[in-house]
Design a protein around this ligand. Sequence first.
Ligand code: MG
Length: 276
Amino acid sequence: MLSERFDAFLLDLDGVVYLGDELVAGSREALNQLRKAGKEVRFLTNDPRPTREQLRRHLVGMGVEVDPEELVTSGWATANYLAQEALRSAYVIGSRGLASEIEARGVEVIDRGSCEAVVVGCDEHVSYTHLRQASRHVFEGARFVATNADASFPSRKGPLPGTGAIVEALRVTTDQNPVVIGKPFAAMFDSALRNLDAERGRTVMIGDSLKSDIVGAHRAGISGVLIRREDGPPSFDQAPPALEATVRDLGCLFDPTAASVERGRSTTRNTMGEEL
Ligand SMILES: [Mg+2]
């Protein structure tokens, strides 16, 4: 069983544990089984908007109990990065939640005056004035930091502009590349892995994005398991070596017949053990 191969599980939230405001079927039961088996669990999201406490409440509202220490948002990981790099002040394009995570790490969030970093997160109220001010700070030497680089995020009416769209506006204006924190980049995984007891060889990232979750796992030196709900044979032409298995849902972690391994001839099964 896949669950036996690992002691620590990093779980992507969106698309794996929940979809918007609804839990993915079977995810709560799978989480309970992981807990019962004494596994370490971390929940990762590139959404920089909520604080970890807000995210905890969101999960509790869906019937999933978590400790805030188990939550790793790109906003919190960004705050960790700023503190670690001894950047003492930041101009923030992003939510109130992002600003408060940054402040909680002792970094001053400024509105006026100079600053040592510009942080770009997802902000539905971003304006030309914000971009003008942020680019001025970058021109004056502030470190350009992006919480994540996702170009869009899903909604019921189709993809909406994500953090990456705002980052790109600043990137082309300043002709500087940002330090990106969120998956698949290292800082997010550093934040997720730093308090785990499990060895890297016994740690797995489980996510529904090859580009973000599995590539990130590969870069962090841990295994990856891809959740893939679509039917049809998966193509592994471009999969990084970290990809350990492809499964249909979290329940497959406990199914002795599910999963699959060999690159190039993987088999995908659902929780009933049926080959897909
Ligand atoms: Mg996802």
